[in-house]
Write a protein that binds this ligand. Sequence first.
Ligand SMILES: C[S@@+](CC[C@H](N)C(=O)[O-])C[C@H]1O[C@@H](n2cnc3c(N)ncnc32)[C@H](O)[C@@H]1O
Length: 275
Amino acid sequence: MNMSLKKYRQTEQVKLSLGKPFFESQGIAIYQGDSLELGSQLPHSLFDALITDPPYCSGAAGTSVGADPAKKYCHSGNTLGRPSFGGDFRDQRSFKYWCSLWIGQALRACRDTAYSLVFTDWRQLATMIDALQAGGFCFKGLISWDKGRGSRAPHKGFFRHQCEYIPWGTKGAVPRLMDRGPFDGCYQIPVLQKDKHHMTGKPTPLMQKLVQCVPAGGISLDPFCGSGTTLVASALEGRQAIGFEASEEYCEIAARRIEAAQRGELLKFERTTAA
Ligand SMILES: C[S@@+](CC[C@H](N)C(=O)[O-])C[C@H]1O[C@@H](n2cnc3c(N)ncnc32)[C@H](O)[C@@H]1O
């Protein structure tokens, strides 16, 4: 085995099960397809963490759920050229069931004591905590991400929907780490347009903090990688990562961002429609 194959042993193992990825470079790989279909082929007990941001499927049935994400997430009606995406249509019961399926697959693919970090919002928080446990992870706590005052309040009477949440858990016991942690349980990090390549893109600095739970050189799984922020953060932080993404457009965007990160650059989002 040559040096780079040895270094990226886990990504090579995934390739043996899933075949040729859409993109691969220095321990970071993207597979285009349905997360459940790809997840069913993953090797067992390989990953150090599940870190992901699935479609939230948030909102009352008949209103937000089922709406085009381009309308739901871009209140001005202008996407600025960010592609729309699928999978945001489930009602709460089917969302919980669906999440428990892919979380269960991720659990099998994770080694003992691996972390699971899954993004959600205030509406789906309880549902996601249920799904995390139904999938087999032990629920251990809640990380809050404060987006700041730029976040939406429907009108003046509202408290702002300023935070998103990351219920976290582990496969069995929480590991006793000697080399890193304890990790912060709350992050105040704004969304910058130049760093937002997806309609629901997460800030790269936030994901750089979260991937710290993966050991240096270790590997995480993001079954809904979108514009690839978890993978970009992993590249910047010296971790391996595997992403799944249904949309070819987002696979392309993620690949370009990862290549830039591996050159030590952060690719800037450039709007393609008028503001
Ligand atoms: C919330 S976004 C992730 C955004 C990502 N965190 C980022 O910073 O760019 C969820 C992504 O999941 C993808 N998706 C939805 N359903 C999927 C499925 N069944 N399999 C794979 N990807 C899916 C969507 O195309 C979307 O890009």
